[in-house]
Design a protein around this ligand. Sequence first.
Ligand SMILES: [Zn+2]
Ligand SMILES: [Zn+2]
Length: 325
Amino acid sequence: MKTAVIVALTLAGLIPAGGLLFFGKQSLTTVVVPPMEFIAENVVILVIDGPRYTETFGAENMKYIPNFRDSLLPQATFFEDFSNNGSTFTNAGHASITTGRYQKVENSGLEAPKYPSIFQYYMRQRKRNYNDAWIITSKGKLDILANSTYDGWTNQDMARTWCGPEGEGYGYGNDPYTMEITDSIIKNFHPRLLLVNLLEVDVNGHGKNWEGYIKGIQSTDQQALQLWNMIQSDPIYKDKTALFITNDHGRHCDGHKDGFVSHGGGCKCCRKISLVALGPDFKKGRVVSEPYELIDIAATAAEILGINMSLSKGRFMTDLVFDKE
Ligand SMILES: [Zn+2]
Ligand SMILES: [Zn+2]
């Protein structure tokens, strides 16, 4: 909801068609172009940590994700060419989502992102109360997402966090409990901006456990629908909330290094991820083949929430709301 302000030179209060022509006396007039209006007042970002596209939307008949296939996609805009074009480690991938900037971030949770996040911008520009921004993650180390090392932003305007099994910023929790916490925080606080991370897919991948990895994809498929149902059954969130469901990274292609077990390089299977977007303003049942990338989520969420993220890159995903020419 950025308002474009055009300062135009006008003659006798009139901007001539075909451009600005100057004759004689000039005066400065401010022409305010109406902001893009959104119905959504809240943004929720769900990050399913580390599935490969070949086992999610790229699998035959999307066989491991029936809830996406049958329930969510018909109500969503789906981006089939969506990528992490930066570092494909967990903390850096999440930082790309929240800051709209690709950057290297130490992966064990000892380093905050280099740029301020959409949470910090929100709290600085639009805060109503300190529950407006929340970060809830199964991985404790992701509490770094609330902070930034950028000059003027460190320890400022931070989101509230529940990260890890006890919510204290270390260890690995379990996703069903993370979903319970999410349900409770939505019901009690109705954050304007919320990020949720689920870890089961990634942890089983690193554990070399193919069956557990597939089971994680099936569980997070259910949890994604569960989250959308939480939103749409809540009287304050219902029809006023945009949900972005994405990944921080994929995993190595089969035959490259240890395949599905690891990630973190630049192979195409580490880069290729997915984005599903649901909300009152977005097209339903649309498949977008235009390429977009991880940093575009922050740009788009900022536009919806009416905040100005001056340090972020990325672009507003116009395919969500506009018809093709
Ligand atoms: Zn990850
Ligand atoms: Zn790779």
